[in-house]
Design a protein around this ligand. Sequence first.
Ligand SMILES: [Zn+2]
Length: 144
Amino acid sequence: MIQHHLSPSVQELSSTLNKIGLRSTKQRLCVYDVILDKRDHPTADDIFLRVRKKLPKISFATVYNCLETFVECGLVKKINLDRTSSRYCPNLAPHAHFKCTESGAITDLPICEETLSSLKSILPKGFSLAGFDLSFHGTTPSNN
Ligand SMILES: [Zn+2]
């Protein structure tokens, strides 16, 4: 769980939203709570179904707007590993993703400072880095 230490808690979400002039509505808190609760890189559809269990009247558009807000404030990362729907990840620490081609499961792979600077060293002079997406795919050890 150490790789998730940089994710703000639901309480911190309120202050982050307030700082940029957004209210911490019940909907936003609930959507964020759902994202922190199960870190399996859900799609917007997955998140909508989970949030609806708590807020039965919420619409998909509202959930989607909450997600876009979180992505804009840098609280959640939107990841696109393939041509399917975008997925959401609340892990803000530098990490790569590994997608298992058999189960579809996506695992966070923490990237240490040393590896990160080594990766950055491939950038040509004058290139300014704003972020990166690094993903692997293949199979993971099975448990049977
Ligand atoms: Zn992730």
